[in-house]
Design a protein around this ligand. Sequence first.
Ligand SMILES: Cc1cc2nc3c(=O)[nH]c(=O)nc-3n(C[C@H](O)[C@H](O)[C@H](O)COP(=O)(O)OP(=O)(O)OC[C@H]3O[C@@H](n4cnc5c(N)ncnc54)[C@H](O)[C@@H]3O)c2cc1C
Length: 378
Amino acid sequence: MQDVLIIGGGMAGASAAFFMASGRRVTALEAEAHCGMHTTGRSAALFIEGYGNAAIRAFTRASRQFFLDPPSGFCEIPLLTPRGVMVIGTEAQRSRLEALYAETAAESSAPLEWLDAGASRSEIPVLRPDYIDAAFLDRSAMDIDVDALHLGFLRGARRQGAQIVTNARVDAIERVGGTWIVRTPVGVFEAPILVNAAGAWADQVAAMGGATPLGLVPKRRTAMLVDAPPSINAKDWPGVIDVEEMFYFKPSSGKLLLSPADETPSEPGDAQPEEIDIAIAVDRVQQAADLPVTHISRSWAGLRSFFSDKTPAVGWDPQVDGFLWLAGQGGYGIQTGPALGRLAAVLVTGGNIPDEFVVEGADPDFLSPARFQQPRSE
Ligand SMILES: Cc1cc2nc3c(=O)[nH]c(=O)nc-3n(C[C@H](O)[C@H](O)[C@H](O)COP(=O)(O)OP(=O)(O)OC[C@H]3O[C@@H](n4cnc5c(N)ncnc54)[C@H](O)[C@@H]3O)c2cc1C
């Protein structure tokens, strides 16, 4: 018998295991042979405080301290490295850009820089003069070392005694007398508490456990790595995002990562890139920038899973005892990972809400699954 079973070994499940393991018997069950095979292994690896809605922004800020100063022995390399991100707009997008600038500047912990077309082209010389009207630059945006964070959580959880069991796809869940009985091909596991960190599959897992699905929609997003033209030194460019999030590009591993910022509703599964989305990415980026694409070295897709309000659900199911949601991280599950994992642990252990949550306005009520459900009348 365990104290806590976690379903899913991606960023959500790994972070929960890490923060819950001290003094508790914790087992994370991962369907695949490797824990980062799904969305966690497919991200664009950015930390942007101004990205997402107010709840996302608050939990991103509440994660910052962990990223900058993780516990000793967590990893040997920095989790964040400077990148910066530039939000760009055309003349027709000017009012949207100004509105987003004002909204983002009001909360940002670092000053944003407003750039006219000339200053934008000083940062990214390939931006087309007939496209770019203005931009704003957030120099505090960072690249995240996603592998170091994910492996740090998994390794740290194991060090505290947690088990991470791979090839353990949960295929049946029962609740008998206050105990969850969870069946997988590699064994049956039992605990009074079940954490649903199953990414795109979270609603399916909920249904298996007798909880009401919350309307999660996995949305496919495509990315690719292309060679930067040899005449261009793009290594230190900030990431570039269109103000309406129709495309983005950023330096990555000596190449450029491009995305059409697609959000195609999809079934949970092993998402694959479609040719049409790759072509759209190249076309949209080339409308904005003089960037010949001669070779695509790799393309991939992953599922960003959203609830209707684009806010994760982290909290107890209001109808089913012992069932904790940790799902719906959308396009922000890496940058919010430390705070959401910690919140899940606080809910399980009954500890105090960390000070930085209060300072940053990261109110756990924003994430309560009860916002979708009415308690069942007896
Ligand atoms: C192209 C792209 C770009 C992104 N860019 C960023 C970014 O820049 N910054 C950012 O913060 N976020 C970004 N994201 C989002 C981020 O990657 C996700 O929010 C995060 O990885 C979600 O983690 P997860 O653990 O919930 O999901 P997953 O990593 O998918 O993990 C869920 C796990 O549950 C397992 N599972 C499911 N069902 C079962 C079962 N029945 N039994 C056992 N195991 C099960 C799955 O095998 C899977 O490994 C991006 C995503 C994509 C696709």
